[in-house]
Design a protein around this ligand. Structure first.
Ligand code: ASP
Length: 302
């Protein structure tokens, strides 16, 4: 088989802010690196699943994105991370929630998928499993950046009515030469979220979904709306049951079906033909993509 390879990554759908403006060049560099690491794999005939894991690991390791190092702090001043991954060739999936100390939660999610009979591990058990399979662990301060600590402090001192939601997430979708697609999503959640809050990013069907027959999707935004709207699966369902094209399915679910949602919703998607679909209702979404041997496309605003 010699299908068109394609990769898209995101670094969160969110309001445009002074932080976004200040960090634009860092975001662009990080997105570009993530695309390149996935593209290297796809170009050599590698699998979409490996490509999305590689891209998300790069973003988790990048201090400017809210996942892995640089994750948001919860109301207890701690980092609790969520991640998921799905293989569209066999509908296998792995997910982890409320993970601490694990440098790359996306790899833990993949290990849950391939090394256990389960789909989803959370909390202490997920950490113990990460230790058992030898994933890289670090003490909690390793994950805390100055920027996220300042955001936490600012939030902690604000009146409840003045609190704005600060969030972000990273994700990747890819199509390989074999006709397979995959998706992965990873996040530190939202700044000052309740301890134990679990967002959409680790939920198969909401934050992440992949099926070779339709599409692979990674979402970002206000997780509570994305969970209730089962956004990633709904995009797939719009293709499967209504025969929509990839981009039409993304637009329909994000901008029409959920048009009354007051929170941010963003999605990136790919199909097995190497088409890419992107839709978001927020002021900006950090995103980049590359199809075949074309140029890397990079965008933050609309
Ligand atoms: N969806 C993530 C969450 O709610 C945050 C984000 O994507 O910005 O945890």
């Amino acid at each position: 088989m010699n299908n068109t390879i394609a990769i898209a990554v995101h670094g969160g759908a969110k309001p445009f802010s002074a932080t976004v403006e200040k960090n634009t060049s860092h975001y662009e560099e990080g997105l570009r690196e993530a695309i390149s690491s996935a593209y290297d794999i796809l170009q050599r005939g590698g699998y979409a699943l490996d490509a999305v894991e590689a891209a998300v690991r790069r973003l988790e390791d990048n201090i400017y994105f809210n996942a892995g190092i640089g994750s948001a702090l919860n109301s207890a001043g701690m980092v609790e991370m969520d991640a998921s991954i799905m293989d569209g060739s066999n509908l296998r999936a792995g997910a982890v929630a409320m993970v601490r100390k694990v440098r790359n939660p996306v790899s833990l999610a993949r290990s849950v998928m391939t090394g256990t009979s389960h789909v989803f591990l959370g909390g202490e058990g997920a950490l113990q499993y990460a230790e058992r399979v030898g994933l890289e662990l670090h003490p909690e301060p390793f994950f805390v950046t100055d920027e996220q600590f300042a955001a936490f402090q600012e939030h902690a001192t604000k009146e409840a009515s003045a609190k704005i939601k600060v969030h972000g997430t990273v994700g990747a979708v890819a199509a390989d030469v074999h006709g397979n697609i995959a998706s992965a999503t990873s996040t530190g959640g939202t700044t000052f979220q309740m301890e134990g809050r679990i967002g959409d990013s680790c939920m198969v069907g909401s934050g992440c979904y992949a099926n070779n027959k339709t599409c692979a999707v990674s979402t970002t935004g206000d997780g509570e709306y994305i969970i209730r709207g089962v956004i990633a699966y709904d995009i797939s369902a719009a293709m499967e049951y209504s025969g929509k094209t990839l981009q039409d399915a993304c637009n329909f679910v994000v901008c029409q079906k959920n048009k009354d949602v007051t929170g941010d919703i963003g999605a990136i998607a790919v199909d097995a033909l190497g088409n890419i679909g992107i839709s978001f209702n927020s002021e900006c979404m950090l995103r980049a993509w590359k199809i075949g041997d074309g140029q890397i496309a990079l965008k933050i605003l609309r």
